[in-house]
Design a protein around this ligand. Sequence first.
Ligand SMILES: Cc1ncc(COP(=O)(O)O)c(C=O)c1O
Length: 425
Amino acid sequence: MDPMRKILADWTQEVPESEIRRLLKSKTKYYLAGGLPGNLPTKIFPEILRELADYYDSDEQNVINEFQYGPTAGIPSLRKVLAERIRRRDKIDYISGAEDWEKILITTGSQQAIYIALDILINPGDIVVTPSPAYLGFVTAIVKKRGHVVTAPTDSEGLIPEYVEDTIIKAEKKFGRKVKILYVVEDSDNPKGTTLPFRRREQLYNIAEEHDVIILSDSAYKEMQFEERIPSLKTLDKDNSRVIYASSSSKEAAPLRIGYTFMPDRLHYEAEKSKGYLDLCTPTITQRIAELYYVKYIDKELPTILQKYKRQKEAAYNALLDTFPEGEYTNPTGGFFIWWQPKDEKALTFDVNKFNQEILLPNEILVVPGSAFYPPSGHSYDPEARKIEHLKVIRGGMRIGYSLLPKEMIDVGVRKLGKLLSENL
Ligand SMILES: Cc1ncc(COP(=O)(O)O)c(C=O)c1O
């Protein structure tokens, strides 16, 4: 018996350590696991740091002002820049940098933003509907906050609106509780890499209105799009009453840990309060670096970066087509991940955890097993029975990350993976 058990909070026993954090520690030659950005503006960051150093050096007062606690909601200049960026990038035309910048909340990574959404909305037992499978950092956080996860089925375009609506209706009936949040990653979902067509975004928005559910639109991969962007769900929320939009700079500038949200005013007020308890404020200095990066450099740098990711994705996808056994897979138009799962019952029974440890690791390959993208407890909607059942885990699925390695290494690694899969499935 663990002697600390008596004093630890219950959630520590209910929520296991993240599988991805564990895998991030492994060093393998063909690393197809964590979504680490491999293409970074390496020349630009030293330039920004030199520019900032000159500014701090020019007047002592600058240092005193900058090396301080900042406002909990973030420094105004960065909030203005990001309000303008989401207006242009995501076509959210009812926000403007000049007038509405106070509606932007800077967070320490978008992980903090999605945790805050749970913190301000979820009472014990409240239901959150998520895709199946879904971003691990969110689904486990729901259980930590004592919420109740109900997963809804997805296909190669992401959440299926008809099933989402039935999930909401049946879950509310079965558990006698309100569905509070519908969690959506519209662009290049993690782990499946799917992007919701605009028609589905509209349908999901209408369903959320009809059933009075808040949509959490996790837009972590917004900058990492290889094709023209589809207007965000937030564009439909003209009176800013239903959608929490959360985005991040992490995929293009990971070490800064800058996330940002645009949400209904009342929720923004509570979110700022919640953030105050988590970290008082996001470091001022990283906000300043982000501001310079967004104002002066990002638009010049991104096309080259995106071209590289796209080639890496193509290398992974083509190697998969050539070597994998029969299965279902995605062909992402952005982001860092391809999803593959075997056909039929093997999707539920093939143990990718074991395959990773016993076969892939000795061959210097690592992927993330599908089972990592489910909460430790919860329920699932079964589209055949049209019922809410016990949690259904696609154990035989795997997330293949193509973001870190050069395309030549990805080609070799994914071909080896395909061969080993064919021999072992
Ligand atoms: C879908 C999704 N949401 C949120 C996050 C957290 O991002 P951040 O690094 O901004 O905290 C990630 C990180 O991988 C992610 O994949």
